[in-house]
Ligand binder design. Structure first.
Ligand code: NAG
Ligand code: NAG
Ligand code: NAG
Ligand code: NAG
Ligand code: NAG
Ligand code: NAG
Length: 473
């Protein structure tokens, strides 16, 4: 079971209901949705770079610009900022801590005033399933990478919406990529040797589960390819070649390090999302054939035993939070299909079947289950982007996807995914002030969400706590 302390019904209610009421009264000013950190996605960089968006996506555009600015306000990020250095002693090493491990310092030499660094070396650590140790949040590397990923994606899309070769949005992307990956003072070493590390004398090395920490690479690849494909001048040839060099080193780590190999061979969501990450990196380094090989390999391999004839996913269904894990793995499947069709437009991953079931069937099945069965009603929103993606690819001839989304009350057409999950019915053409929102219109949009800033933060916190508490096992 998860701990009620991690998040509560009340958090989500205060999060959802008043916000939507507010949004609906401020629609005239192009309302924006509160920030949501989608698990993983790869908006088609060609579609976005072309910049041909319908009038119905004006709400999604305003939300994307607001999220680009919100994320940018937290950057730039660097692994060198954390207060505790990795066991290597190298401040350039990425580190995160295993979420469910708690210190037992009864056998430590100095029990009076242990620093966090001493505690991490000297104390024993005990596993408490589902209970996230709040100390995990002291080291911000993984939150930083999640935010960096969203900052790169939304600022790249916002740059296209400006319809100019250079803008503050693309300058943000260049600055954030340079700071995290490239600048000699602040760069991350290209490895995850200390990701989701167990602490204590028996720990000090990363775990295979930590490879999930950088799943945001699918979003980063989309953002970089959007700037490349739209010939943005802030994404310079020099940045591009330095980033390719970094990614090649990290790819080498992902394909050889023991923990990375363990993630590569995990047959559940870890394996799906390992492929998301590796294929996205292959696209950044222009190894299109490599991206095709790995994503096609996913549909011929793991996918075949992840899905059964009813469209359920036995390996995710057996978890304590099956609604969450099924959605998480479906987002990974969708991302692999998007990566593959981008790399090879003739590929047909959406038609791939496992025991007769397609990706569509996994979503259709999940729509018939009730998240409350396992006390997961608070995270019912995790299915919305998956439904939007499925409707955009397979169509919605009987209107069941739109009906489901409308019944939730969630303003799905104002959500970021609505921009790239097209075609999908909905949207507010009467609000089509412009298909390229200028800073003025985005500020108007921003104002409606800043009025509910605290609520928005609660939503985000709910999301991020979920991400930590639930996704990693
Ligand atoms: C215990 O740790 C504190 C803080 O790190 C330190 O000031 C103190 O000298 C230590 N005591 C012993 C006996 O090591
Ligand atoms: C990430 O973004 C969220 C939402 O805006 C914010 O609350 C959080 O402080 C950010 N964290 C970092 C490390 O940027
Ligand atoms: C192709 O992908 C498979 C995994 O599906 C991997 O084992 C193999 O090494 C890859 N081949 C190349 C040439 O990258
Ligand atoms: C599909 O998997 C689910 C979850 O493990 C299981 O309950 C169901 O019986 C399976 N269906 C078939 C046809 O095997
Ligand atoms: C599945 O394959 C058929 C036949 O090639 C094609 O018409 C259809 O568009 C494909 N479906 C998807 C979702 O790609
Ligand atoms: C919205 O945009 C479409 C064309 O994209 C136009 O035909 C329509 O009149 C616009 N609606 C409003 C209310 O401006």
């Amino acid at each position: 079971m998860f701990t009620p302390g991690v998040f509560s019904n009340r958090t989500l209610y205060s999060c959802v209901i008043p916000l939507w009421v507010l949004l609906s009264v401020s629609r005239a000013a192009l309302a924006t949705n509160p920030f949501t950190q989608y698990a993983v996605d790869f908006p088609d960089p060609n579609f976005v770079a072309a910049g041909k968006f319908g009038a119905n996506v004006a709400g999604a555009e305003a939300t994307i610009v607001a999220w680009a600015e919100e994320m940018a306000s937290h950057g730039p990020w660097s692994v060198t900022n954390k207060p505790v250095v990795a066991p290597s002693g190298d401040k350039h090493d990425y580190m995160s801590w295993a979420p469910y491990e708690w210190a037992d310092c009864s056998k430590a030499k100095n029990t009076t005033a242990l620093s966090l660094s001493d505690e991490s070396k000297e104390c024993d650590f005990v596993f408490r399933d589902g209970q996230v140790n709040p100390e995990r949040f002291i080291i911000q590397d993984f939150q930083s990478f999640f935010n960096l990923s969203d900052a790169v994606l939304y600022n790249s899309i916002a740059a296209v919406l400006q319809n100019k070769p250079s803008s503050k949005y693309s300058q943000n992307v260049a600055n954030f990529v340079n700071t995290w990956f490239l600048n000699a003072d602040t760069a991350m070493n290209p490895n995850l040797n200390f990701a989701q590390m167990n602490r204590g004398p028996g720990g000090q090395t990363g775990a295979y589960t930590g490879v999930l920490d950088l799943r945001g690479f699918a979003k980063i690849a989309s953002g970089i390819l959007i700037l490349r494909n739209s010939k943005n001048t802030d994404w310079t040839a020099d940045l591009d070649s330095q980033m390719i060099a970094w990614c090649n080193k990290y790819i080498a780590w992902l394909q050889t390090a023991p923990t990375a190999q363990q993630a590569a061979h995990a047959t559940n969501n870890h394996g799906t999302i390992y492929v998301n990450q590796l294929a996205a990196l292959k696209l950044i380094v222009k190894d299109t054939a490599g991206a095709v090989n790995w994503t096609q390999g996913y549909f011929n391999g793991f996918f075949q035993h992840q899905v059964n004839s009813t469209g359920d996913q036995p390996e995710e269904a057996s978890r304590t939070h099956p609604y969450h894990y099924r959605n998480f793995n479906i987002a990974g499947m969708i991302t692999n299909a998007r990566l593959l069709t981008y790399a090879d437009p003739t590929a047909k991953p959406w038609n791939a079947t496992a025991n007769g079931a397609t990706i569509q069937k996994t979503v259709d099945f999940l729509m018939t289950t009730d998240p409350a069965t396992h006390d997961e009603q608070d995270i019912k929103a995790e299915i919305y982007p998956n439904i939007a993606a499925i409707a955009s690819v397979y169509g919605d001839p009987d209107g069941k996807y739109v009906k489901f989304l409308k019944a939730t009350g969630f303003p799905y057409a104002d959500d970021a995914t609505f921009l790239w999950d097209q075609p999908l019915a909905g949207g507010d053409a009467s609000a089509n002030s412009s298909s390229s929102p200028d800073p003025e219109s985005s500020r108007k949009g921003g104002a409606s969400s800043s009025g509910v800033g605290a609520v928005g933060r609660a939503c985000f916190l709910t999301f991020i706590l979920l991400a930590f508490g639930l996704e990693f096992w």
